[in-house]
Design a protein around this ligand. Structure first.
Ligand SMILES: [Zn+2]
Length: 213
């Protein structure tokens, strides 16, 4: 799914070479890293990590392209299983209580048939032995494409996009919010701010890829 070669076993999504050479970040070993730096000062964040560096034209881009656009939700699920096995060994992720995937625009989810972040969350959930809640954070309305806007415009555009159903389910919990790729962080910031409205919660973030700036 990352290079076109066949994986050694049918239940795997990358070949032996990609298992070895895909550019892992190892951010899970440091509480503060390039991911947390990108979001520094925007909201209270416990820690954050991406599995891979996402480089334009690289194998991780192809992997995520297959996940999002080629009807391959299993890429998210298997990647989540693998990454969860790594995260569960890190003290920074050992006390996570629950996982919340970033919801997709309802219209886009209907087109795609699934939410790629749900698939990733499901894999993480199984290997980390932590539940995931996909109906707590809801995306209510379609927002315009984000790329050409300033950070303030993006945030304003996001305003009201996420709603929280069932504060009582997440009160006092250590929450891991998950998405496919970190770019500007506007979407994750918007989700985190909504979740942080609930008393006593602590937020950490995980993605499959972190895009170059
Ligand atoms: Zn490969």
């Amino acid at each position: 799914m990352a290079c076109g070669e066949k994986p050694p076993m049918p239940q795997q999504v990358v070949c032996t070479s990609c298992q070895y050479y895909l550019p892992k970040t190892n951010f899970h070993l440091q509480k503060e890293n390039n991911f947390t730096d990108r979001l520094w000062g925007r909201f209270p964040l416990h820690t954050a990590a991406a599995y891979y560096h996402f480089i334009k034209g690289g194998r991780v881009q192809q992997l995520i392209h297959n996940l999002k656009y080629n009807n391959k939700p299993e890429v998210g699920y298997i990647t989540g299983l693998n990454y969860g096995n790594i995260l569960r060994e890190s003290v920074l992720y050992r006390d996570i209580d629950l996982i919340i995937p970033v919801p997709l625009h309802p219209k886009r989810q209907r087109q795609r048939g699934y939410n790629q972040s749900d698939s990733f969350a499901k894999g993480l959930s199984e290997s980390m032995d932590v539940p995931f809640y996909k109906n707590v954070l809801i995306r209510s309305e379609a927002t315009d494409t984000q790329t050409k806007k300033s950070r303030l415009e993006r945030l304003e555009n996001m305003d009201g996009a996420f709603q929280l159903k069932g504060h009582e389910k997440i009160q006092g919990k250590n929450i891991l919010i998950v998405d496919d790729v970190l770019t500007t962080g506007a979407t994750l910031e918007s989700c985190a701010l909504k979740i942080l409205e609930t008393p006593g919660v602590r937020v950490s973030l995980v993605t499959i890829g972190i895009a170059e700036r």
